[in-house]
Design a protein around this ligand. Structure first.
Ligand SMILES: Cc1cc2nc3c(=O)[nH]c(=O)nc-3n(C[C@H](O)[C@H](O)[C@H](O)COP(=O)(O)O)c2cc1C
Ligand code: SF4
Length: 441
């Protein structure tokens, strides 16, 4: 398995979108040729679950599904539950606009993800593993099913794995195409046969009270894809990349007004400007940068003057935004930021599951006010209304969907107030529509 400092989970190459369609999955033979599944055999036959947990803890790995929660903490809680039935749910729902890293990971290296899932299940003592994968990822689902068949034949999962007496069963569930279906408790609802609607936390933290009440570990596809490397090469090697608090590498989905959009793996702590200029080959058509969503549409926008920031959890938080899912969306100076705000507010309003009134009504209100301003009928008072709504709804849902929406709208109005005011005064806009990519071809 590659011991490169900067390219780990994505193989040796980044994946610009122009080549994504032609990317072939690494076959089982190729994967094993690079040391694939050695970490699984090592963990299973030569390491106690405690030792695996320590290695993951020492690595400093944090969840890549959006919240950046330390991976070992959830593992430790589930591992410590002395009950016969525990579950691992692997989250590959990925419906956030501008985020395609999990799909690409599943496309280029499905076995790495399966190996990570097996190691996680062994460590926490989960005999049931569910791969929860967005139903629109048809090629990736096919590849995963094939991969599961291949490694079942090798005795890597199922009953009495490699004669150790350990049993791990794996099933694949095709998740609905709905953003909220990726929220971990909404996922549990879906798996139990209901519509995607998040549960209230507390008390429904999956680690304590998950699928049918069983302790359930939920981890993102990218998080799990890092695990085989940590076990194979060790936590010290893992931390050679990154910063002290944000260790390792991360996948960044770079989209928008950029010459070379794609999914790029870089060490945590890489300057945002470098990602845009080197991997992205600069702003499309040689234009000027105007704004960036550095962590996806639910983490807030930063203006050009603030883009000298490094891509890690701490620096982005200090800049008033967040790492999120590593979805970096770039706008050039000809893009209308009010239009970007409208698209994002409309997305959140449409995707709300509707069970919390602040989200159902507040989200719709934010979208409607954007429509009003965009169509030239806005009033200055509308900006104050938007800010007030954001202040009221933030933190008031069962899940963080409405908080993400309000953080972003607030940051749009704060950073681009003049542009909103210009729309209101002139009753229109001469700028182009803002591009926010929803689907990978
Ligand atoms: C509205 C919403 C949608 C989410 N969608 C996803 C998703 O598609 N994939 C994912 O891994 N996490 C998603 N999350 C985060 C999950 O709830 C959960 O934190 C994550 O899967 C945990 O994995 P990690 O610790 O490995 O990051 C979403 C959260 C929210 C609030
Ligand atoms: S915050 Fe919104 S999406 Fe989340 S549970 Fe409440 S209504 Fe549903």
């Amino acid at each position: 398995m590659t011991a490169d400092k900067t390219k780990r989970v994505l193989l040796e190459e980044d994946v610009p979108f122009h080549s994504a369609r032609d990317k072939k999955s690494l076959s089982l033979k190729e994967y094993r040729g690079r040391g694939g599944y050695e970490a699984w055999v090592k963990a299973l036959t030569r390491m106690k679950p405690d030792a695996v947990l320590s290695e993951v803890k020492n690595s400093g790995l944090r969840g890549r599904g959006g919240a950046g929660y330390p991976t070992w903490k959830k593992w430790e809680i589930v591992a410590g539950k002395e009950v016969p039935q525990k579950v691992l749910c692997c989250n590959g729902a990925e419906e956030e606009p501008g985020t395609f890293k999990d799909q690409i990971l599943l496309r280029v290296n499905p076995h790495q993800f399966l190996e990570g899932a097996l190691i996680a299940a062994y460590t926490v003592g989960a005999a049931q593993v569910i791969l929860y994968i967005n139903q629109k990822f048809t090629a990736e689902i096919k590849g995963l099913k094939e991969g599961l068949r291949e490694i079942k034949a090798l005795g890597f999962w199922g009953e009495n794995i490699l004669g150790t007496g350990i049993t791990i069963d794996i099933t694949l569930f095709e998740s609905p195409v709905a953003y909220v279906a990726g929220e971990e408790t909404a996922m549990l609802e879906v798996l139990e046969g209901r519509r995607p609607a998040p549960r209230q936390k507390p008390p429904f933290y999956p680690v304590h009270n998950g699928l049918y009440g069983k302790p359930t570990l939920v981890n993102n596809v990218e998080t799990l894809s890092n695990i085989p490397h940590i076990i194979q090469n060790g936590s010290v090697w893992y931390k050679e990349a990154g910063t002290p608090e944000s260790t390792g590498t991360a996948l960044f989905t770079l989209t928008g007004d950029i010459n070379q959009p794609g999914v790029y793996e870089l060490p945590m702590g890489t300057p945002l400007r470098r990602l845009i200029e080197v991997q992205g080959k600069g702003i499309k058509g040689g234009g000027k940068l105007k704004a960036v969503f550095p962590g996806g549409p639910s983490c807030g926008v930063i203006a050009e003057k603030d883009i000298d920031v490094t891509l890690d959890y701490e620096s982005l938080k200090n800049r008033g935004t967040a790492f999120g899912t590593g979805a970096v969306i770039v706008f050039d100076e000809t893009a209308c930021l009010v239009n970007a705000g409208l698209r994002i507010a409309e997305f959140f309003a449409e995707e709300s599951c509707g069970q919390c009134p602040p989200c159902k009504m507040g989200g719709r209100h934010l979208a409607d006010l954007h429509h009003k301003i965009e169509s030239g009928k806005g009033e200055i008072e509308d900006l104050r209304s938007m800010e007030q709504i954001c202040g009221v709804v933030k933190g008031r849902g069962y899940c963080s969907l409405i908080t993400g929406a309000s953080v972003t709208v607030e940051s749009m109005v704060r950073n681009f107030r003049a542009e909103y005011e210009e729309h209101i005064k002139s009753g229109g806009c001469r700028l182009k529509e803002a591009k926010i990519l929803r689907h990978l071809s």
